[in-house]
Design a protein around this ligand. Structure first.
Ligand code: FAD
Length: 199
């Protein structure tokens, strides 16, 4: 009997796991859940949409649910959030974010690849409409639309890791006055190395 794999998260980890399962097992049923509207996009290229180097945000999307289905026979359900795992029954509860309904899906094997979220400092005003985080295509479109349509001149980028530096660089290329703010003394600090130097 064919095995049924459920994968939570449809970007780098989830999508490559799904493709790998298909290569190893032609008969397996593979369903990938992604709570956002896109699967398999190019996170690395997101900041370059701000400068226009990647002009059209649709170019950031590498695969669609349709291509997953036709190329790999993998069912990718976007705007579907896995909200609980019922281990004894070997099912997950899934919320369809489009029509706000929930249902159960059974599995033989469950793979969790939910990624991470940007750290948002607990500061007053952080919920304001002109404060943004950068993690996915929706985020970068929202930020890009805001800075290009409003009367924006000065932008502060909080966080000087490689994502912050790339975002700052591309906003600068787009002609904005950009300040990059980082609490440590160096930009793009490797946390592991930093901790080792403190040991
Ligand atoms: C702007 C930017 C630039 C980057 N540049 C580089 C680079 O140049 N080189 C490099 O190596 N790495 C880069 N990275 C990092 C790289 O993108 C991540 O390491 C990689 O995306 C992690 O993949 P992931 O699948 O683990 O997590 P994610 O890409 O975060 O994907 C996890 C997905 O799971 C979904 N999810 C979470 N919970 C649920 C749930 N309960 N139900 C359904 N779906 C759920 C989320 O919506 C998310 O889309 C960059 C990241 C960003 C944001």
């Amino acid at each position: 009997m064919s095995k049924k794999f459920l994968i939570v998260g449809g970007v780098a980890g989830g999508a490559s796991t799904a493709a790998r399962i298909r290569r190893l097992d032609e008969q397996a049923e593979v369903i990938m859940f992604e709570k956002g509207p896109n699967v398999s996009f190019s996170n690395c290229s997101l900041p370059f949409h701000l400068s226009g180097i990647v002009e059209n945000s649709s170019k950031l999307i590498l695969m669609t649910p349709q291509t997953f289905q036709s190329k790999y026979n993998i069912e990718a359900r976007v705007s579907h959030e896995v909200v609980s795992i019922n281990r004894d029954a070997k099912t997950v509860t899934v919320k369809n974010l489009i029509n706000d309904t929930s249902y159960e899906e059974s599995y033989d094997t469950l793979v969790l690849s939910p990624g991470a979220s940007p750290i948002v400092p607990n500061l007053e005003g952080v919920d304001s409409p002109h404060v943004f985080t950068v993690r996915n295509v929706v985020d970068i479109e929202r930020l890009n639309n805001y800075v290009k349509s409003d009367d924006v001149e000065d932008i502060a980028v909080i966080g000087g890791g490689f994502i912050g530096v790339e975002v700052a660089e591309n906003l600068r290329l787009a002609g904005f006055n950009v300040s990059l703010v980082k609490h440590a003394q160096q930009l793009i600090t490797c946390i592991i190395c930093l901790n080792r130097t403190r040991e």
